[in-house]
Ligand binder design. Structure first.
Ligand code: GLA
Length: 387
């Protein structure tokens, strides 16, 4: 079902038999480049997209939170003073967690009736969870009239994901979902959390293609990549006192410790270091209309993610290979954590519809998988308001 504020409002009226007083919506995100760099204090270049989550609510003053999740046809009711991370992590964690995190950050909230629904495909690497978290924090913000920046919201959303949902993610997804702007990509420095806006080119579009392989950060592979990097960083930080994260390590420094750190850590860090350079170069290239260079860097990013970071899979590689051979596409790579989910493709707008149908057909021929291929538009981050 495709949601909108109107459809979510209609559901609210059915479920709670009254009118909502506030609304919020926030985008999923596609990361153009800068993958597995955010938790190394590095750089990322995502955009919020027009696949969004929508929520409406009315406030309560009895400390009770009731949430109806339209996508699951499920309800959860909790007393705020008893709210703790659940033993089993599922949609209830992603919907209650943001309110827990909001209260932990000492913002006022006395309860609410909420309905939420999302158009961001779950488990597709397009940040469905971040967009749900940020949207619900938009509800808390609108109900409490607190004044918070989009960055503050992103930080609270990330805490919900890390601490309530037990997912060790970085800050990229929540920042993109909260701080996105129409026609812009965000170059985020994940150390200072400073953001520079990069205008996306008019004549080119981003296309996302779903591999059909669901991914989940909770599988342990994501955390393993982080600890493989940490194992190499131990030796590097002993040698170079100013180094705080992979962000501070140059290729020369990494080569100096070759043979002294595990081979796998060497490759993981080689990805993190080279990806940071690619991201900064791509942001400059996008700004100055260097589309072909941006595309090449996306392609190199995929190679590095597949070979050095080993977060690709056969289906994602197949999607990238097919896309690279279709007219009008200058760059293709996996987007998000990897292990499945979507690829992002940079395609000339005049070739976009043809690109989508060719990629669909050829991917099905190659793998037997029927995939969704969609054009996504760089869009606003969190929006909230009162009815
Ligand atoms: C997931 C995480 C992000 C980031 C990406 C990989 O989307 O939530 O923080 O680490 O993977 O770039």
């Amino acid at each position: 079902m495709r949601h909108s504020l109107d459809s979510i409002t209609a559901i609210f009226k059915q479920v709670f038999a009254t009118n909502p007083t506030v609304w919020a919506d926030a985008g999923g995100r596609v990361n153009i480049i800068g993958e597995h760099t955010d938790y190394h204090d590095g750089f990322v270049l995502p955009t919020a997209i027009d696949l969004r989550s929508y929520a409406v609510a009315s406030g309560r003053d009895d400390g009770i939170l009731r949430i109806y999740a339209a996508d699951y046809d499920g309800s959860v009711q909790v007393a705020l003073d008893e709210l703790r991370p659940f033993q089993q992590i599922d949609w209830r964690s992603y919907t209650c967690g943001p309110f827990w995190s909001w209260l932990k950050a000492e913002h006022p909230f006395t309860g609410a009736d909420v309905v939420i629904g999302s158009n961001v495909p779950a488990g597709g690497g397009l940040s469905s969870s971040a967009s749900i978290e940020v949207t619900l924090l938009g509800i808390a913000k609108a109900l409490s009239n607190e004044i918070l920046s989009c960055l503050n919201i992103a930080i609270i959303a990330r805490a919900a994901e890390n601490l309530f949902c037990d997912v060790p993610c970085g800050i990229m997804d929540q920042m993109a979902s909260s701080c996105g702007q129409k026609h812009k990509a965000l170059l985020i420095d994940c150390r200072s959390l400073e953001t520079k806006l990069v205008t996306t080119p008019n004549d080119w579009v981003f296309v996302v293609a779903d591999s059909g392989v669901p991914r989940s950060l909770a599988t342990g592979e994501y955390a393993r990549r982080r600890s493989e990097c940490d194992a190499g960083m131990k030796t590097i930080t002993q040698l170079y006192k100013h180094v705080r994260a992979a962000r501070d390590v140059s290729m020369d420094m990494l080569n100096t410790v070759k043979g002294r750190i595990p081979e796998v850590s060497f490759r993981r860090l080689r990805h993190a270091i080279s990806e940071n350079e690619r991201t900064l170069t791509a942001a400059d290239a996008l700004k100055t209309g260097g589309i072909y260079l941006t595309g090449q860097l996306m392609q190199q990013s995929h190679e590095s993610l597949a070979k050095d970071y080993e977060v690709s899979c056969r289906e994602l590689d197949t999607l990238v290979e097919i896309a690279s051979g279709i007219k009008g596409c200058v760059g293709a790579r996996l987007t998000g954590a990897g292990f499945g989910g979507n690829t992002v493709n940079l395609v000339h707008k005049d070739a976009a519809n043809d690109f989508c149908s060719q990629l669909k057909t050829k991917y099905r021929e190659a793998t037997g998988i029927k995939t969704a291929v969609r054009i996504v538009r760089p869009s606003a981050g969190l929006q909230t308001g009162r009815f």
